[in-house]
Design a protein. Structure first.
Length: 294
């Protein structure tokens, strides 16, 4: 069943000033200049807890965040508010950063920050599994899948009054090169719909929207996991034709966003800025490990 996120946001706004855990309060009482990024995250435990769906724990989100920082040390160079903002969005959507393919918090170079001198900020990337999980939570989805069609598979795609998608993958031998990607959703009421994107069109989409590029060369998951990114793109496009879910719509809108506003309603107004995801292995601003994607 879809949660009434709007009502929950109003409740958070009205009660945020009265909440706080003992541990979080103790950390928050330290001078701001003395607080590490981990300290700032811990100090937000009460706010994260209020934002999260019932049955989930802020302590788990904080542990996930600490792991993400250890795995991506450059996050410590990011504007702390943007890291907290990405985590707040994860809290509100009930997603785990860096876990289960739900979402990633990644260093992002904002070329227009500090009077165009540039600065690191954190960007939230919603994963394919995160979108799938949110789709199922709506209660209106019976099944959801994304697959790749290879040139030696048997397939048929028809659009029009009687749309048809048939895909019989080759089970032995060489399946050949990928020719298309698709996502299919079956609704709880018995209906279904699908979307198919050719490999050539997917390459064009990547080149147009992947912010993880340097000198025209694509980095990150579009290079390292093209198929997974193609499946995610299909699902994002298919979501336009699926039953409306507040959480799903917010996830799609916040994918690739940089958030510095921690007020609960800020999730409804995501900010997408001009910049590039940064590669931990490359100190040059334009490199990337996990792409800002559309």
């Amino acid at each position: 069943m879809a949660r009434d996120l709007a009502a929950r946001l109003n409740t958070q706004t009205n009660t945020a000033n009265n909440a706080g855990s003992d541990a979080g309060t103790a950390v928050a009482q330290r001078p701001q200049a003395e607080m590490t990024l981990n300290d700032k995250i811990r100090s937000m435990e009460a706010e994260f807890q209020m934002a999260m769906p019932r049955g989930t724990e802020a302590t788990q989100l904080i542990r996930d965040a600490m792991t993400a920082i250890r795995q991506t040390p450059k996050l410590q160079q990011c504007d702390g508010q943007s890291v907290l903002g990405s985590l707040m969005t994860c809290a509100q959507l009930g997603l785990r950063p860096g876990v289960l393919g739900h979402a990633w918090v990644l260093p992002y170079w904002d070329r227009n920050a500090n009077d165009k001198r540039g600065a690191y900020k954190a960007q939230l990337i919603i994963g394919y599994q995160g979108l799938v999980d949110l789709a199922y939570r709506s209660g209106q989805i019976a099944s959801l899948s994304a697959r790749t069609i290879f040139e030696n598979d048997l397939y048929q795609v028809e659009y029009g009054l009687e749309e048809k998608l048939v895909h019989s993958p080759l089970m032995t031998g060489n399946r050949g090169n990928p020719v298309a990607y698709y996502a299919v959703v079956r609704l709880a009421n018995g209906g279904s719909t699908f979307i198919v994107i050719s490999h050539d069109d997917m390459v064009k989409h990547r080149d147009a929207y992947a912010s993880a590029q340097k000198n025209g060369v694509v980095f990150g998951p579009w290079r390292d996991n093209f198929e997974g990114m193609a499946h995610k793109t299909c699902l994002r496009m298919l979501s336009k034709y699926m039953p409306k879910s507040t959480d799903m719509a917010l996830a799609v809108a916040n994918d690739g966003a940089v958030r510095v506003d921690l007020t609960p309603s800020a999730v409804e107004h995501p900010q997408h800025i001009d910049g590039e995801v940064v590669d931990e292995a490359d100190d040059v601003d334009a490199a990337a490990t996990e792409g800002g994607v559309q």
